[in-house]
Design a protein around this ligand. Structure first.
Ligand code: NAD
Ligand code: SAH
Length: 415
């Protein structure tokens, strides 16, 4: 069976979206030219499980242009765009995903994509790796290795590596400098606000915005909130990050205190139960909560469901819950990644860098998998540097080079 998507008649709209991002992804366009000639993935089966949005579609096409046999699935039940999926199918790729899939459908789609007996996997949060180590172990002999896109996925891989459970090498794309410095910080910083603003259509200026987690994503979200004129409050569990937030000009307090004064809450920790029943009960009437971290457990919608006396959709992607105290609490996009479940995710120019890292890392894996061991490895420094160089070139920016004398000076200790 080839491709399981919602509606092939949406293909033209999807193709238009893919073409728009292609025009704005110069690094991938450069790799497209190169891969057309070199065909590095000839005869290689690649499975891509990343938010099935236009930029991911272009990455998948790039693997196919490079000679790969590609199957594509999503990485979140709410982030697949059905028109993009149709556009990819119309262009000859095999796709297994649709928007708003049930838990069972989502898993079935991942399994169908894995049915290709992949050699290389592109994972985003660890769903493919998880299946390959549990219910689809029979596919392990075909796997050379893979690449992981996000922070939580890398943490899980490291936990597997530590326990000796990992059965093939994985490259931690998230841990490349050209990933987290740009994608996690500036990408999340912009796309989370895009998701929130288009969903709520409310003003940010003057609001008390609570950002839970001051990691790479949290820093970006808080920085942009400041730009919008919000009063930004940060919650943290790490004293160094908390001190950094204070020096960046933000208030820091416990969630139990922030809950009482926040207007808008954004969790981005990768942790669970960051906002729970005790917090909801103390929130202001009309408070809005959303999540930008992995999975839908940071804002405990489960606990909110349990204490609510009434539930009513307020607007597309906004569910209101009435509590016993008469106050309403609003949840955006079911507590799933608000930038992808209620938006188009990071902008094209950002995913251009992340996906150039993915494409080059996959090529590296293909060439080196038998030397890497069952380990989580960093993106090679040359690839990280090459992506930064390509990005500067796309902007037409030139930088200085060290002279021989300067190199000598920097490496000496006597002068
Ligand atoms: P990070 O490790 O840099 O930051 C996470 C921060 O959260 C850390 O500073 C940590 O101390 C803090 N934290 C952990 N538990 C907490 C708690 N209970 N309360 C308050 N703070 C807590 O990670 P990151 O790169 O910023 O990623 C954060 C999450 O977002 C991950 O799950 C990652 O997979 C996801 N992510 C999402 C997007 C997106 O597009 N929405 C993009 C990149 C990463
Ligand atoms: N399965 C997990 C996925 C984590 S999402 C979940 O649904 O919770 C976090 C990743 O999404 C980030 O690392 C980022 O690189 C990626 N992302 C952000 N915008 C994107 C876009 N427009 N297209 C594809 N991936 C995107």
């Amino acid at each position: 069976m080839k491709s399981v998507i919602r509606d092939i008649s949406l293909a033209d709209k999807g193709r238009q979206k893919i073409e728009w991002v292609r025009k704005n992804m110069p690094l991938l366009r450069g790799l497209e030219e190169e891969f057309k000639q070199t065909k590095p993935f000839r005869g290689v089966r690649v499975v891509v499980s990343v938010h099935l949005e236009a930029k991911t579609a272009y990455l998948a096409k790039l693997f196919a242009i490079g000679g790969g046999e590609v199957s594509v699935t999503g990485s979140n039940p709410l982030s697949t765009q059905d028109d993009v999926a149709a556009g990819l199918v119309a262009d000859g790729l095999d796709v297994y995903a649709w928007y708003n899939s049930t838990k069972e459908e989502y898993e079935e789609h991942l399994n169908l994509a894995l049915g290709y007996k992949p050699n290389i996997i592109i994972d985003d949060g660890g769903d493919l790796v998880n299946l390959l180590h549990t219910t689809r172990k029979e596919l392990l002999p075909h796997i050379m290795g893979g690449c992981e896109e996000t922070t939580t996925g890398v943490l899980r891989l490291k936990a597997m590596e530590k326990e000796g459970a990992l059965r093939f090498p994985m490259i931690a794309v998230n841990n490349a400098q050209c990933k987290y410095l740009f994608d996690n910080r500036y990408g999340t910083g912009q796309s989370v606000w895009d998701g929130i603003n288009r969903t709520t259509n409310l003003i940010v200026a003057g609001k008390n915005v609570v950002v839970a987690g001051y990691g790479w994503c949290g820093k970006g979200i808080a920085m942009r909130a400041k730009g919008f004129g919000a009063n930004v409050i940060v919650t943290e569990i790490d004293s160094i990050k908390a001190a950094e937030a204070i020096m960046d000009g933000f208030k820091v307090m416990k969630m139990s205190e922030a809950a009482k004064i926040g207007d808008l809450f954004i969790t981005v920790t990768g942790c669970s139960d960051v906002i729970t029943a005790e917090h909801f009960k103390n929130m202001k009437d009309g408070a809005i909560c959303c999540n930008a971290g992995h999975f839908d457990v940071e804002v405990s919608v489960k606990q909110l469901e349990a204490i609510a006396v009434e539930k009513q959709e307020q607007r597309h992607n906004i569910m209101g819950y009435k509590l016993e105290n008469g106050k309403w609490i609003n949840i955006l996009a079911e507590g799933r990644l608000v930038n992808l479940a209620a938006g188009d995710g990071h902008p094209a120019e950002i995913m251009d860098m992340s996906f150039a890292l993915q494409a080059l890392s996959a090529q590296y894996m293909l060439r080196n998998f038998n030397k890497l061991g069952n380990k989580v490895i960093d993106v090679p420094a040359e690839i990280d540097a090459a992506v930064a160089e390509m990005k500067l070139k796309s902007w037409g920016v030139k930088i200085d080079k060290l002279s021989k004398e300067q190199k000598k000076y920097l490496n000496s200790w006597t002068v």
